[in-house]
Design a binder for this molecule. Structure first.
Ligand SMILES: NC(=O)c1ccc[n+]([C@@H]2O[C@H](COP(=O)([O-])OP(=O)(O)OC[C@H]3O[C@@H](n4cnc5c(N)ncnc54)[C@H](OP(=O)(O)O)[C@@H]3O)[C@@H](O)[C@H]2O)c1
Length: 304
């Protein structure tokens, strides 16, 4: 089958990993979209288009001309604290743009593969299954849940992959992540405070990218929880990073959510039951140690 795939957020962490898998793939035409210039080092085997999510006319034209069989939607305002204060921007990108893309998908019979978050849950009863009731604590979590509901109600053929605490490295990243922040801080000798009362399953960006492509090839439908398999406190993730790169773990001191007083409230303990993804997407996540080894190799190649 010939696939014509549009990807959003192709300059982002997940987006770049998906381009790695889909560029030059047999029977697949890919149009990767992002804001501004293409920051991906691979420039062949796909087309890139600068297309803002707010540009409804631009999206209408792209759908008309390309007639995509699938849309992979990774772009979002992913800064949780920014969403708490810039609520209009968060609504426009994380909700309204998704509604618009779902409308075009419905019109052109395009499957929609959408990326969502563990922050749809309140973190009181993790690890969560796909059937557990959401209850977001933050504006970001609310926006991503609204987007899920827009997709479900649009009547489009969809798969929604929820993920959490993504880590990895790509050239020209627009923002850092926990693993890179801890490594860089400790390498520079900067003391850091890390929460001990929040628990997550850290997710290697390559693993999620593979699950996303698998959702396309296996014609998966519905909700999927896709994360690493190990539940850890955030401070334990930081200690693992310190030990992996043989950095000074005494620079890490423990704090808690209350003292950190971030703008957006975080769920204490999320974590996912990933059985459905393992069964239906053949999902086999790396351990954190294996993921750090891959990041280490990529950093040595000059990424980041
Ligand atoms: N990162 C996590 O820990 C995490 C956890 C749970 C769920 N998720 C979800 O996973 C998905 C991918 O996350 P990620 O870590 O890959 O995010 P990311 O690196 O922040 O990438 C998001 C991309 O969206 C683009 N974008 C933002 N506003 C846009 C606009 N108006 N028009 C076009 N593009 C726009 C950004 O462009 P610029 O590069 O120009 O800024 C960026 O490339 C998101 O849907 C996120 O909600 C992430």
């Amino acid at each position: 089958m010939q696939r014509r795939i549009i990807l959003t957020g192709s300059n982002g962490l997940l987006g770049q990993k998906i381009v790695n898998l889909l560029a030059d793939r047999v029977n697949t035409q890919l149009i990767a979209t992002g804001r501004g210039i293409n920051r991906h080092p691979i420039r062949e085997g796909y087309l890139y288009q600068n297309l803002d999510l707010n540009d409804e006319e631009g999206w209408a034209t792209l759908f008309e001309t390309f007639q995509p069989t699938e849309l992979i939607h990774t772009a979002a305002i992913t800064q949780v604290d920014q969403c708490e204060v810039d609520r209009d921007i968060c609504d426009a990108i994380n909700v309204k743009a998704v509604e618009t893309l779902a409308k075009f998908c419905k019109k052109h019979n395009t499957r929609l593969i959408h990326i969502s978050t563990d922050f749809v849950f309140d973190g009181e009863n993790g690890p969560y299954k796909e059937i557990d009731p959401p209850n977001p604590l933050s504006y970001y979590g609310h926006s991503k849940l609204k987007a899920e509901n827009e997709i479900i109600q649009s009547g489009v053929d969809y798969a929604i992959l929820r993920t959490m605490l993504l880590y990895g490295v790509t050239p020209g990243m627009s923002r850092s992540n926990l693993v890179l922040w801890v490594r860089k801080s400790l390498m520079e000798g900067t003391p850091i405070k890390v929460v001990g009362d929040q628990f997550r399953c850290p997710t290697l960006a390559e693993d999620l990218a593979r699950a996303t492509v698998s959702a396309i090839t296996s014609d998966a439908k519905g909700l999927f929880h896709v994360s690493g398999a190990e539940m850890m406190s955030i401070i334990d993730i930081a200690y693992t990073v310190a030990d992996f790169w043989k950095l000074d773990r005494s620079l890490i001191s423990e704090t808690d959510s209350l003292s950190l007083n971030q703008k957006a409230k975080r769920p204490p303990k999320t974590g996912f039951v990933i059985l459905k993804a393992q069964t239906e997407l053949n999902y086999r996540p790396h351990s954190l140690e294996q993921g750090l080894a891959l990041v280490n190799r990529q950093l040595k190649e000059g990424w980041g």
